[in-house]
Ligand binder design. Structure first.
Ligand SMILES: Nc1ncnc2c1ncn2[C@@H]1O[C@H](COP(=O)(O)OP(=O)(O)OP(=O)(O)O)[C@@H](O)[C@H]1O
Ligand SMILES: [Mg+2]
Length: 372
């Protein structure tokens, strides 16, 4: 059986990764120099896919490489546990055996386990975290191995305690020869707070890398190749698909997946096939759109819709002086969440990141698709 070649719900790598060669190269070069990077991009732009690829190539280049996902951490103990789990999973060979031995010497991550010595003002979990952050230095000292450490969803650590970033930086700042770090996150505002605020520990500590939308030609080649490899032709559906997806990585793949489903082997899709595929995809996304909508304040809903509609004069409602600035505040909040990004060519000066959400907003936020 030939299976649908488009994977839209899990990180992709190897042949499935479209473009990203330049970004990969920059991340590799920065790590090689002993410097750190940060990768900031909206949800589903392919951060994790790129990072996994980076990890796999780093290993081939002779690094140890550890990928840690901080999504959902609530305490310092959680942070410590995530790091430990990543080392256990990602180190093998000499380094893996070294880690098996070292693990036993680490402070327990169980909160409240063991007596906390008097006079130590560390919060629960802090000592355990420090121990785990120190691992690359010890590995380097013992075996001369360099480690590439990837911290994905790094902004999540802000949920654990005040100044957690200071604690982390204090541990890793002397790792120049032992380790290089890549910090990634999808909450643009929190990442900016961590790395762009002079008062924070990580201020200017990592080279920023943005993840752009997919190059249209690369996206087209990818879709055509996957269809051709599976005895199908995207035909005249290709143009409207690429136009709607507009370089959004996951949306491109999701729409291609939907189109492929409706294209029997040995045939070519057309515009009618695309319209049908779009209906199915939109129908499946309605709950997600409604979920996003529900979490927004009323002012944010209004501004987001105006951006989706491509109107000019986003701040028209903001009277100079008085209760001014509310639309500005809403735009800022939406940008921090990664729902909108500045766009020079748009009349509003912004674009909605997710083209399918934008379509739903423009279409009057219907509860069924197409709208009745
Ligand atoms: N470079 C790419 N080439 C092809 N598909 C991609 C690419 N980047 C992302 N995708 C598509 O987007 C989906 C999501 O990718 P990924 O999980 O890497 O994104 P992410 O930015 O880490 O998302 P999240 O913010 O949800 O963690 C993948 O399943 C894949 O379909
Ligand atoms: Mg991710």
């Amino acid at each position: 059986m030939i299976v649908n070649p488009f994977r839209y719900s899990a990180p992709v790598g190897g042949d499935d990764l479209v473009g990203r060669g330049a970004e990969l190269e920059l991340l590799q070069r920065t790590a090689e120099e002993g410097n750190n990077s940060r990768l900031v991009a909206p949800r589903r732009f392919g951060k994790t896919s790129l990072l996994r690829q980076l990890v796999s190539e780093a290993r081939s280049d002779g690094w140890e490489a550890v990928y840690v996902d901080f999504f959902g951490v609530l305490t310092l103990a959680d942070v410590a546990a995530r790091i430990e789990r990543a080392y256990r999973r990602d180190l093998s060979g000499v380094a893996g055996r070294w880690f098996d031995g070292v693990r036993r010497t680490l402070q327990s991550v169980e909160v409240g386990a063991g007596p906390i010595s008097a006079g130590v003002s560390l919060r629960p979990g802090a000592a355990a975290l420090q121990d785990r952050l120190d691992l690359p230095r010890r590995l380097h000292e013992r075996h001369g191995r360099r480690t590439l450490v990837v911290f994905d969803e790094f902004q999540s650590v802000l949920a654990t305690q005040d100044e957690v970033d200071a604690l982390i930086r204090a541990e890793i700042q002397h790792h120049g020869d032992a380790a290089s770090y890549v910090f990634a996150g999808s909450h643009v505002g929190m990442m900016r707070e961590l790395f762009g605020d002079r008062r924070r520990a990580f201020y200017a500590q990592a080279r920023e890398l943005e993840l752009p939308r997919l190059d249209p030609e690369a996206a087209a080649n990818f879709v055509v190749r996957r269809f051709t490899d599976t005895s199908r032709d995207p035909g005249t559906a290709l143009a409207p698909l690429l136009e709607l997806a507009d370089g959004h990585p996951q949306r491109t793949v999701l729409l291609a997946h939907g189109l492929w489903e409706l294209t029997p082997a040995g045939t070519a899709a057309d515009e009618a096939t695309f319209a049908e595929a779009l209906t199915q995809v939109m129908t499946e996304q309605l709950r997600e759109f409604e979920g996003t909508w529900t979490t927004l304040a009323v002012g944010q809903r209004r501004v987001l819709t105006r951006i989706a509609e491509g109107v000019s004069g986003l701040y028209a409602g903001d009277a100079p002086g008085g209760r001014s600035g509310s639309n500005r505040t809403a735009v800022r909040a939406l940008a921090d969440r990664g729902e909108v990004v500045p766009e020079r060519t748009a009349r509003s000066g912004y674009r909605v990141v997710d083209p399918l959400l934008a379509l739903w907003l423009r279409s009057g936020r219907p509860q069924t698709w197409p709208a009745e």
